[in-house]
Design a protein around this ligand. Structure first.
Ligand code: FUL
Length: 495
């Protein structure tokens, strides 16, 4: 239930996700339109946003009465007695997420049906009215404890839209929602992300609610000052505009939030962000491992395969987003075996391709320009806080691999702590003594994975053609996607 986003038609010179013939030529420096220099107020990430970007992948958990009815959007009229996950084991969920390489978990504390997974006094439609754990259960407690025990961060999804609550559609409901938020944010330890669903439909009395967003945000800031707030246009994290796990090739972390009016769909720059945006609001790709957001038996055979999940990793994490992968537990209260296998398989593939760079240890970097203490060697260490920084916007960095290496992916990472800056780049390879262009692209951001044709080269060069300010590159690595072949468990579902 979100507004439609029409993708902007203008696409700059950019590489494509899969290996393709070389993109159109790069404009010469003189043809590059002048860009405003980043002002003193350049948008930079908060500490929490930066940490969040470095998490890369988190689990989303849609769970509630829908797991027992097969509905995607519960009506709010379900009997709470249907919620009875007899084998529920939050530790099993978290272990499966951890095995996939996820760093955090976000659960639907309350979805549109209004059912609360914790025993709040603000509603009668909660776990307390269910037979689960004899009405004494608290899923937020169990999951937050399990996450902490396994070293994952804990986050909550809350739908302001409530199809059950009798006050929905009246000013009183905003008070109810605030008290629910206070419950959730005050009692379960540190929360890393609060996910507000932007959907706004009718409640039981046929009315829509005018949400008091400033107040909702104030509660989060007061009770969880280190949490990042997701909603369609931020303030902390923005929606990438689709639920397919696919970010656009050009993806700025900045946004003109002041041009956005919630619910009106006026902002056209949610997917790509805005090069000159005044607010740092990085994108998040939410997508389900199954066709639906909630578990249903009929979809046990339609779990995305490790290969598909690897592609989603590339089209989300590899395009300056964090991947929020939904893995809905089943009616037993367990992550289904097929999902567990797919997650482990995904991790095996991501590790096989991206776990190590094919740039050999001891490889040397040279650059056309470098500021003091920010030489090209910084892109080859594992430290994202060390970076190569030329003293001009147009500069190139060459990595000498020593001997020919075969690869078809190049991963670039900007030092975004100082702001996202690069807007046009090119990658070249020295193949048998001749330099060839193998890719071009626009933005990089925290992470950009660029697909190239299969290339065997002894040197790789990154040329920066344009940037909003002086570029800062923290990492360059090369990878070979064929290393994924034969790695996924044979019994993973085929999809
Ligand atoms: C949407 C909801 O309507 C879906 O049910 C799901 O929760 C998705 C993540 O967000 O707005």
């Amino acid at each position: 239930m979100r507004f439609a986003i029409v993708a902007p038609a203008v696409v700059l010179v950019a590489s494509t996700a899969v290996a393709q013939p070389i993109a159109p030529s790069i404009p010469s420096a003189s043809r590059v339109a002048p860009r405003p220099a980043p002002s003193e107020g350049e948008a930079v990430p908060s500490k929490a946003q930066l940490q969040w970007q470095r998490m890369e992948m988190n689990a989303f958990v849609h769970f509630g009465p829908n797991a027992f009815t097969g509905a995607e959007w519960g009506s709010g009229r379900e009997q709470p007695t249907i919620f009875n996950p007899k084998e529920l084991d939050a530790r099993q969920w978290v272990k499966a997420f951890k095995a996939a390489g996820m760093k955090g978990v976000i659960v639907t504390a309350k979805h549109h049906d209004g059912f609360c997974l914790w025993p709040t006094k603000e509603s009668t439609h909660t776990v307390a009215a269910s037979p689960w754990r004899g009405g004494k259960g608290d899923l937020l407690r169990e999951l937050s404890d399990a996450a902490r025990a396994e070293g994952l961060k804990f986050g909550v999804y809350l739908s302001p839209w409530d199809r059950n609550h009798p006050t929905y559609g009246t000013p009183e409901y905003n008070d109810v929602f605030v008290r629910m938020l206070e419950d959730v944010l005050a009692n379960y330890g540190e929360i890393f992300e609060v996910w507000f669903d932007g959907a706004n439909g009718e409640g039981p009395n046929g009315k829509r609610q005018v949400y008091d967003w400033p107040r909702f945000h104030e509660v989060v800031r007061r009770l969880q000052p280190n949490a990042v707030i997701f909603s369609d246009a931020g303030p902390g994290i923005r929606w990438i505009g689709n639920e397919r796990g696919e970010a656009p090739l050009t993806n700025w972390a900045m946004l003109d939030r002041d041009r956005y009016e919630p619910g009106t769909g006026l902002s056209m720059d949610l997917p790509e962000g805005s090069e000159l945006g005044k607010f740092y609001v990085p994108g998040e790709c939410d997508v389900s491992i199954r066709p639906g957001w909630f578990w249903r038996a009929a979809e046990n055979g339609r779990v995305k395969s490790p290969r598909t999940l690897l592609r989603l990793y590339e089209s989300s994490v590899g395009r300056n987003c964090t991947l929020l992968l939904n893995v809905p537990p089943d009616d037993r209260g367990l992550v289904h075996e097929n999902d567990v296998k797919a997650l482990a398989g995904m991790r095996a593939l991501v590790d096989a391709v991206y776990g190590t760079s094919l740039v050999p240890a001891g490889a040397k970097g040279t650059a056309t320009s470098s500021r003091a203490s920010h030489g090209p060697a910084a892109v080859l260490d594992a430290d994202l806080d060390s970076y190569w920084a030329p003293s001009v916007k147009q500069a190139s960095l060459t990595i000498d691999l020593g001997a020919p290496v075969t690869f078809d992916r190049v991963r670039l990472q900007e030092y975004v702590a100082a702001g996202q800056r690069i807007s046009l780049f090119e990658i070249e390879a020295n193949v048998g003594g001749a330099w060839q262009r193998i890719a071009t692209g626009t933005t990089i951001g925290h992470t950009r994975i660029v697909a190239t044709n299969v290339t065997t080269a002894s040197q790789v060069r990154v040329r920066i053609h344009d940037a909003r300010g002086l570029p800062m590159l923290a990492s360059v690595s090369i990878h070979d996607s064929s290393r994924a072949n034969g790695v996924a468990p044979a019994d993973a579902p085929a999809h």
